[in-house]
Design a protein around this ligand. Structure first.
Ligand SMILES: [Cu+2]
Length: 168
């Protein structure tokens, strides 16, 4: 490979790296929140959304009911009613934590944390909201069913050998 070719390749690599860097910085300035339903309750997911100052957050109503995105205090967030399938977007121009709720279902609460420019957001918490959590009774149920079927099989065998004189 000639000297000129390798210089060319290095330039291409440098430009690609620069574009990737710009792309990742750009991606950090938007965030999305989905409005969903679980266990008969509506919720905002993630419950804590992160965005860099100057960035915007878009709420998408993925549920069958209308909702609002309304600040708990102050006027930062004050959407109109967001009907099923519709979105609401807001651009944050100051850093801080903005807690909000839905005025139709007041138990729906969440927050947006607006970070300073260039600050990396922590990994998004996609765990279900507390209201939708259920006790983990899966393993206990499986053990119970295994025990029950084992007991039935044992009982059948016992009956066959004990109480069925016609069977030979
Ligand atoms: Cu709601």
């Amino acid at each position: 490979m000639g000297h000129r070719q390798s210089v060319g390749l290095a330039a291409v690599g440098a430009i690609a790296a620069l574009l990737m860097l710009i792309g990742s910085v750009g991606a950090a300035s938007t965030s999305s929140v989905k409005i969903g339903e679980a266990g008969g309750k509506y919720h905002f997911s993630p419950a804590t959304a992160f965005v860099n100052v100057g960035g915007s957050v878009t709420w998408t109503n993925g549920s069958d009911a209308p909702h609002t995105v309304t600040s708990d205090s102050g006027t930062e967030l004050g959407s109109a009613t967001v009907t099923a399938g519709k979105t609401f977007s807001h651009t944050f121009t100051t850093t801080g934590t903005f807690q909000y709720h839905c005025t139709i279902h007041t138990y729906m609460v969440a927050k947006v944390v607006v970070l300073a420019a260039g600050v990396t957001a922590p990994p998004t918490d996609t765990s279900a909201p507390l209201a939708a959590e259920r006790p983990n009774d899966g393993p206990a149920l499986i053990l119970f069913l295994v025990g029950l079927s084992g007991g039935i099989l044992a009982l059948r065998r016992f009956r066959r050998t004990t109480y069925d004189p016609t069977e030979r």
